[in-house]
Structure formats: C-alpha cells, structure tokens
Design a protein around this ligand. Structure first.
Ligand code: DAT
Ligand code: MG
Length: 151
C-alpha cells in the first residue's frame, strides 16, 4: 500500500560529508513522502536496541562508536514498497558490492563508513520508527505530487 513506511538514517559520516541533501533528494525524487526528520546525537542505549541483532559481532563496538561519532539525520519515508525500494536506493551493505547509482555505491568505500541506514523489513521498519521517533514527531499530510506518481 502507499502508506508503507521505512526508517532511513544518514550516519555521522554522511552528515559530516554533506551527503545528506543528496539522500533527501533521491528519496523525494523517487516519489516518496517525507513524514519525519530530525538531526540527533544517538544515545548508546538506543543504538544497542537498534542494532540488537548484531550485538555478538566482533565489529559491534566499533559500529556503536561510529554511530556516536556525530549527529545522525533520522528520517521516515512513506510510499509504495518504500522498505524494499529504500534498500535499492541504499545499495549493498559492503560498498565493494554496492552498484554505482546507489547511495553507498556512489559515496562509500568502507563497510564501517557506509553513509546510511535503511530498514530491511516492514516489521523492522515499524520497530525502528517507534524507537527513533515519538508519534507526534511524525507528520500526516497530503502529498500533492501523488496524483502524478501513482496511477
Ligand atoms: P545494513 O546496514 O545494510 O542493514 P547490517 O544490518 O547487516 O547491514 O549491518 C549494520 C551495519 O553494521 C552495516 O551497515 C555496517 C556494519 N557491518 C555489518 N557487517 C559488517 C562487517 N562484517 N564488518 C564491519 N561492519 C559491518
Ligand atoms: Mg540492517
């Protein structure tokens, strides 16, 4: 449905390198509606929950310190198949495998500096949105462009 939502976060490197406007541009241009956005310094407790499935990995401590190395631009996007489409816009986790034309493919070289996060399933998207945003921080509005994007 057109009301599917995903959580997309520009990581500290993406914010510091000025890649964040490009991320907003690419998601907007594809036809997705921005329903939440904030620049935030992520707390360790939040990140431990966000990356709970990775806690036993050897790279987990460096992942946490990377994610706390500067502000993160947290966003929520809405639209048809936005979770899967978002992953396509991001590109593969490892920049060596991410195709040119994707955000990671165009802006990243290292797995531990891969610019951006995107939810990998609708279920995880719902969890992540609830973790990073309060309900009242998400904005409901009619996107006037929808008539030109959806048939
Ligand atoms: P993704 O961010 O594409 O959803 P993931 O959820 O498997 O990938 O991992 C989260 C982040 O952790 C990923 O963006 C970069 C880091 N990471 C994953 N696997 C890694 C590895 N083998 N070595 C170093 N960092 C890794
Ligand atoms: Mg993931």
């Amino acid at each position: 449905s057109n009301t599917e939502r995903t959580f997309i976060a520009v990581k500290p490197d993406g914010v510091q390198r000025g890649v964040f406007p490009e991320v907003l541009r690419r998601f907007s241009q594809k036809g997705f509606k921005l329903v939440g956005i904030k620049l935030t310094n992520a707390k360790e407790e939040l990140l431990r929950e966000h990356y709970a499935d990775l806690q036993s990995k050897p790279f987990f401590p460096s992942l946490l310190s990377y994610m706390m190395s500067g502000p993160v631009l947290a966003t929520v996007w809405e639209g048809k198949d936005v979770v899967k489409q978002g992953r396509v816009l991001l590109g593969a986790t490892n920049p060596l495998q991410s195709a040119p034309g994707t955000i990671r493919g165009d802006f990243a070289l290292d797995m531990g500096r891969n610019i951006i996060h995107g939810s990998d399933s609708v279920e995880n998207a719902e969890k992540e949105i609830a973790l990073w945003f309060k309900k009242e921080e998400l904005v409901d509005y009619k996107a006037e462009m929808y008539g030109w994007i959806y048939e």
